[in-house]
Design a protein around this ligand. Structure first.
Ligand SMILES: NC(=O)c1ccc[n+]([C@@H]2O[C@H](COP(=O)([O-])OP(=O)(O)OC[C@H]3O[C@@H](n4cnc5c(N)ncnc54)[C@H](OP(=O)(O)O)[C@@H]3O)[C@@H](O)[C@H]2O)c1
Length: 292
């Protein structure tokens, strides 16, 4: 019988499907608990714990990969038809495993535009963008799969190696101002730690199938950019009004500015008691600054 306060250890085997930015942070952390962790990527690499999974070819991972798997985290985005790449290729395989838990990383884009208001898990999703409609479709597929899935809705993910500091350094920054526009964010360490917190306490906490993981303080993009320029000792270029900049922006960048919402973390942080490591972008970016 497992201890309810610490349910993770040697007997747990995790597959991380799509080991990009969030997946690799999660894999590194969960290994420290003594769990076995195998990770997927679309092409071969030298990591002995990595295997190839690419939903766009017909190669299915070797049987041995799945032996004894207890937990899966899927970080793979929807395909172009709005189908989930993991379920499309591996659903029947997964249904035959004795899985305790599957985590699916989704996005808060499924909520659509709330004109700057707070939005929480009890609000009906209302995705505006095609990619968010595809995402909601994948969420539905997971919820209907019969698998023990928990969905995490994430806003803009940042962390060491992927933050506004890198955007400034690599001259990828666009200093744009749009009145009353706010964004929510989450530091990659809080995605990992929140999920581990939920897994460790799953016998004592009520199970919620959809959970937002966001920090406490949504704010304007300009505030974050100004903070980073100040931290780097550089002068921020004069902001361009969104209306003047929009025709020059890529369709992806334009769509980013079309939605204005504040993502509530009350379920995670009040009801379920998770304590954020980085409550706001200032704390999170200080951590990123140490790594640039
Ligand atoms: N970035 C954000 O701000 C943000 C915000 C909210 C939600 N999300 C979503 O949260 C999840 C994790 O985000 P992230 O930024 O950590 O992701 P990421 O770094 O882009 O990693 C995505 C992973 O998915 C794999 N992948 C993509 N298409 C695949 C396919 N067809 N078959 C198999 N594997 C495939 C990639 O493989 P390779 O390693 O081979 O490239 C990569 O490992 C993603 O679903 C993302 O869309 C992201």
């Amino acid at each position: 019988m497992k201890n309810s306060a610490n349910t993770l250890g040697k007997s747990d085997k995790f597959l991380i499907l799509g080991c990009g930015f969030s997946g690799s942070f999660f894999a590194r952390t969960i290994r420290k608990f003594g769990c076995t962790v195998l990770t997927s990527s679309r092409s071969e690499n030298k990591d002995p714990n990595s295997f190839v999974f690419n939903s766009e070819n017909y190669e299915v991972p070797n049987e041995k990969i799945f032996d004894g798997v207890t937990h899966i985290l899927s970080c793979i985005p929807p395909d172009n038809d709005g189908k989930d790449p993991v379920l499309g290729r591996l659903k029947s395989k997964l249904l035959n495993l004795s899985l305790e838990w599957i985590g699916y990383l989704s996005t808060t884009g499924v909520y659509g535009d709330t004109k700057g208001d707070w939005v929480s898990e009890i609000d009906q999703p209302n995705p505006l963008q095609k990619r968010s409609q595809r995402r909601l479709n994948c969420e539905k597929e997971w919820l209907q799969s019969g698998l023990p899935v928990q969905i995490f809705r994430l806003p803009g993910i940042y962390g060491p190696g992927r933050s506004t500091f890198e955007a400034i350094k690599n001259k990828k920054i666009q200093v744009i101002f749009k009145k009353n526009q706010v964004f929510s964010r989450i530091h990659v360490a809080d995605i990992t730690n929140a999920i581990i917190y939920l897994l460790q306490n799953k016998h004592s906490l009520q199970f919620h199938q959809i959970i937002n993981i966001a920090d406490d303080e949504p704010c304007s993009q300009l505030e974050v950019i100004q903070y980073c320029y100040d931290h780097l000792g550089l002068k921020m270029p004069k902001p361009i009004f969104f209306e003047d900049a929009k025709n020059e922006l890529s369709p992806m960048a334009q769509s980013f500015w079309m939605e204005n919402r504040k993502v509530s973390n009350k379920l995670l942080c009040k009801t379920l008691g998770y304590k954020l490591i980085y409550k706001n972008y200032k704390l999170g970016l200080k951590n990123c600054f140490m790594n640039i």
